[in-house]
Unconditional design. Structure first.
Lengths: 74, 161
C-alpha cells in the first residue's frame, strides 16, 4: 500500500527535480504516491505532507518564525 | 401772799388725777395705737426687706442662669465648630484619596493603553518587515537559488522523517 505524499513548492518543479525528491522519499518511506502542488505563498523551499503529518521547510514558515521571535523579544 | 398747802395739795391731787386719767384714757390707747402702728410699719419693713432680698436672690439666680446658659452655648458652639473642622478635614482627605485613586487608575489605564499601542506598532512593524523581506526574497530568488533551497530543506525533512 502506497503512502500518499504531497510536495508543495513555490515554483513548479521540473520532472527531474520531482523524481529526485520522490526517490529520496521512497528511500525513507518505502512505496509512496507523490502529488506536486505549487503555492507561490511559500516564497521558497518546500512543504512535505506525509499522511497526516506535515513538514514545513518553506521560507514563509521561517519568516513567520522570525516574526514570532521578534514579537516575543520585544 | 401766803403759800396755802391744802390748795397746793389739792392741785397736786387734781393734777395727778388728770395725769392719771389722761394716762389711762389717752396716753395708753394712743401708745397702743402708736405701738400697733409701729409694729405694722416694722412688719411692712420686714416684708419689704424680704421682698428685696428675694428680688436680689432672683437677680443673682438670673445672672447665674444667664452665665450658665452663655457657658453652655459657648461649649455647644465650640463643639459644633470642632465637629465641623473634623468633618471638613475628613471630606478634604476623602476627596484627596478619591482623586489619588482616580489618578492612579487613569495612569494604570494609560500605561496599559500605551503597552497595547506599542505592541500593536511592533506587530505592524514586524509585519511590514516580514512582508518586505518576503517580497524581496521572492523577487531575488532565481531557479538556481530555489533548487538549492529545496534540496537543503529536503535534507532537513528527511532527517526528521
Amino acid at each position: 500500500m502506497s503512502t500518499p505524499v504531497t510536495i508543495t513548492t513555490a515554483i513548479e518543479l521540473s520532472a527531474k527535480q520531482l523524481d529526485s525528491l520522490a526517490a529520496q522519499l521512497t528511500k525513507k518511506l518505502g512505496k509512496i504516491e507523490v502529488t506536486a502542488v505549487v503555492d507561490p505563498e511559500l516564497i521558497g523551499g518546500l512543504k512535505v505532507r506525509v499522511g497526516s503529518r506535515e513538514y514545513d521547510g518553506s521560507l514563509q514558515h521561517k519568516l513567520n518564525s522570525v516574526k514570532q521571535q521578534l514579537l516575543a523579544e520585544w | 401772799m401766803e403759800i396755802q398747802l391744802p390748795q397746793i395739795l389739792f392741785q397736786i391731787v387734781n393734777f395727778s388725777v388728770v395725769v392719771g386719767a389722761l394716762t389711762y384714757l389717752l396716753f395708753k390707747p394712743v401708745q397702743k395705737i402708736l405701738d400697733e402702728r409701729s409694729n405694722k410699719i416694722a412688719e411692712a419693713q420686714k416684708a419689704a426687706q424680704a421682698v428685696i432680698e428675694e428680688k436680689d436672690a432672683i437677680e443673682t439666680l438670673k445672672k447665674q442662669s444667664k452665665r450658665d446658659a452663655e457657658k453652655a452655648a459657648a461649649a455647644i458652639l465650640d463643639e459644633a465648630k470642632k465637629d465641623a473642622d473634623v468633618r471638613s478635614q475628613e471630606l478634604i482627605q476623602k476627596t484627596q484619596e478619591h482623586g489619588k485613586a482616580q489618578l492612579t487608575k487613569l495612569q494604570a489605564e494609560w500605561q496599559n493603553e500605551k503597552k497595547e499601542m506599542v505592541k500593536e506598532l511592533k506587530a505592524q512593524f514586524t509585519d511590514a518587515v516580514i512582508a518586505t523581506s518576503a517580497k524581496v526574497l521572492g523577487e531575488k530568488l532565481d531557479s538556481k537559488a530555489h533548487s538549492k533551497l529545496i534540496d537543503q530543506e529536503m535534507n532537513t525533512i528527511l532527517k526528521a522523517l
